[in-house]
Design a binder for this molecule. Structure first.
Ligand code: HSE
Length: 339
């Protein structure tokens, strides 16, 4: 039996406990052993939950921790402490991965454990593992991703006539949005996710702060009508363009012929171009309790199969990337057109 701890019993943390419980038989098949949630840490009064991280990191039974707290602190301090104790950490915390992922990955390597963050990008889509493992030999020149489930949910509903604030309220009710939904609608969450993807495939650390970023708050119903007349839809994209050394986040017009056109509601789509494999398209639920938890559990299984070893996550020792300005919008439309 592999004992784990879950830090933060919010949407994703609660989902992890549920997936471990409901998919016991499948987990046993994948791992060759059972997973057991021995501790839950939460600052709130929850029966059975602990409040002191030291109880967890000093328990030699604990092999893997799921950090599903979100935000920088205390997630950073707790992750640091766990890795120093040789305990692997699996997280959905894109803010922390963007800000401290390089440092935490180096600490994991030093202590023969792992820092994995599949759930930080694309919710349930196993895109990081696929890029890291199946495409590790590819030269990736381009990524365009619908990376925020909340924004895509809002844009899909606005296209169908619902107003912005109503659609945002629905997304919050479904557990898709961030605690502060400005991170979703201003594009910051997408910026963190495309920064993680670009860093993973380029060997250079792109950071959210460097990225030119426009969200979805200025999009109007008229823009949807105009886009539709021209056979396009409006999507918030994170784009990595290796040739122009640029990473950006902005609303784009996506033509019907592009596979991202049909990615609607909470779904995410990530289009990747490799120099040998050519175009790949990843698609799945980009937010929500169980899909995101499923991605966390996939990392837990990988860590549990590699206890005492470091899994190379492509993040340790990345040098800072320099980034060029975003190319001009020469499309003749209000928004850039995805080519
Ligand atoms: N608020 C995020 C989203 C959650 O809507 O995509 C998943 O990272």
């Amino acid at each position: 039996m592999i004992n784990i701890a879950v830090l933060g019993l919010g949407t994703v943390g609660g989902g992890v406990a549920e997936v471990v419980e409901k998919n016991q038989a499948e987990i046993k098949k994948a791992l060759g052993d059972n997973l057991h949630v021995k501790y839950i840490l939460d600052i709130r009064e929850i029966p059975g939950a602990v409040k002191d991280i030291n109880v967890i990191v000093n328990d030699p039974d604990i092999k893997v921790i799921c950090e599903t707290m979100g935000g920088k602190e205390p997630a950073y301090t707790y992750t640091h402490l766990a890795l120093e104790h040789g305990i692997s950490v699996c997280t959905s915390n894109k803010e922390l991965v963007d800000a401290h992922g390089v440092e935490l990955s180096a600490i994991a390597r030093e202590h023969n454990c792992s820092y994995l963050f599949e759930a930080s990008v694309g919710g349930g889509i196993p895109v990081l593992r696929a890029l890291r493992e199946s495409c590790g030999h590819e030269k990736i020149s381009y990524i365009a991703g619908i990376l925020n489930g909340t924004c895509n949910y809002i844009l899909t509903n606005m296209k169908n006539g619902t107003d912005f604030s109503e659609a945002l309220k629905e997304a919050q009710g479904k557990g898709f949005a961030e605690r502060n939904p400005a991170a979703d609608v201003e594009g910051h969450d997408t910026a963190r996710k495309i920064a993680i993807l670009a860093s993973l495939v380029s060997g250079k650390k792109f950071s959210y702060e460097q990225i030119e970023c426009e969200g979805i708050t200025k999009i109007t119903q008229e823009d949807f009508i105009e886009a539709d007349k021209n056979g396009m839809s409006i999507k918030l994209l994170g784009v990595y363009d290796a040739e122009n050394n640029n990473v950006n986040v902005a609303p784009y017009l996506v033509p019907k012929t592009n596979p991202l056109y049909g990615v609607n509601d909470v779904f995410n789509g990530i289009l990747v171009k490799g120099n040998q494999v050519d175009n790949l398209m990843f698609y799945g639920r980009g937010a929500g309790k169980l899909p995101t938890a499923s991605a966390v559990v996939s990392d837990v299984i990988e860590c549990a199969k590699n206890i005492g070893k470091n899994i190379n996550n492509n993040f340790a020792d990345l040098p800072e990337a320099a980034i060029n300005k975003m190319p001009e919008n020469n499309s003749g439309y209000k928004f850039r057109v995805l080519s």
